[in-house]
Design a protein around this ligand. Structure first.
Ligand code: G
Ligand code: G
Ligand code: MN
Ligand code: NA
Length: 255
């Protein structure tokens, strides 16, 4: 409880910020996209990743309040890059059940897109399969349908772990599968992981979906993933998540 009250005050003080991690397209002539990752710049404990404030994100009201801020911070950055003439694909934002439960998520996002004068095609919403389970799935389904119709891309995060029910791909307007990093990490040593990565890439291709491989830490992994036809790559090999101001080499101006 203490940490949750802390978090609401921290939110007012602007201690929640976004880092951005580049997502590198297989085609080098395409510009990068970026995943927005939440950080708490804590006055005492320093820079905290979400793992250190899980309990905060598990409290629905606090999580929803942070979620609203995350959307605004992400759109603010998109608007800034647009104004600077930076070439980029989309900015991906992680969204959980708390974000869907608290308000009409699609209407909220639409009104913030309008406010910041950002096109829906600039945004990807990343969800894990958790949002399709439990109560409120009709609500989630309606929101995703509306967002996809607007042109927002919906990505299924951590794909291959958890439930990995293929019916979710069929039932919801998913545009991208993010291959969980656990498979990428050991695909060079573990044949099963390699087969799973290949199968996901092929499944995505035949369904007309894009793919992003997560957790790419080595050049060998990048080469292998590109040879399989994986559409984009993300991981420490390219860049750790960083403040926007430190993304220099990834932010090229449109020529
Ligand atoms: O880099 P990393 O430690 O940032 O992320 C850890 C976890 O936190 C990931 O599972 C990620 O999906 C989640 N996460 C990152 N940013 C956000 C955010 O803005 N909102 C929510 N709800 N989760 C996030
Ligand atoms: O669950 P989600 O995919 O949203 O979270 C992304 C998480 O993965 C973040 O915590 C981010 O810092 C982390 N991450 C990104 N690239 C790499 C990588 O190459 N290796 C490892 N170990 N973690 C990574
Ligand atoms: Mn993610
Ligand atoms: Na993931």
């Amino acid at each position: 409880v203490e940490m949750q009250e802390d978090a609401l005050e921290a939110l007012q003080r602007g201690e929640f910020v976004l880092f951005f991690q580049p997502i590198i397209p297989a085609d080098p002539s395409d510009p990068p996209s970026f995943e927005a990752l939440l950080r708490w710049q804590h006055p005492v404990h320093g820079l905290l990743t979400p793992g250190f404030f899980e309990e905060v994100l598990e409290e629905p009201r606090v999580a929803a309040a942070i979620g609203v801020r995350v959307i605004d911070l992400a759109l603010e950055q998109v608007a800034a890059w647009q104004a600077e003439g930076v070439a980029f694909g989309r900015v991906a934002v992680n969204v959980t059940s708390a974000d869907f439960a608290f308000r009409c998520f699609a209407s909220h996002l639409k009104s913030r897109l309008d406010h910041y004068n950002v096109a829906p095609e600039r945004i990807c919403i990343e969800v894990t399969e958790h949002v399709f389970l439990g109560s409120g799935t009709q609500h989630v389904s309606d929101a995703l349908q509306r967002l996809a119709e607007l042109g927002v891309e919906i990505a299924l995060d951590d794909f291959g772990t958890g439930y990995a029910s293929l019916s979710h791909i069929k039932a919801y307007p998913i545009g991208r599968l993010k291959i969980d990093r656990s498979f990428v990490t050991d695909m060079e040593e573990n044949k099963d992981s390699l087969s799973i990565v290949q199968a996901i890439v092929q499944l995505a291709r035949s369904l007309g979906l894009s793919t992003t491989a997560e957790g790419v830490e080595k050049d060998e992994q990048a080469i292998l993933l590109r040879s399989m036809g994986c559409a984009s790559l993300q991981g420490f090999h390219f860049s750790r998540p960083k403040p926007a101001a430190e993304l220099g080499p990834f932010l090229k101006k449109i020529t």
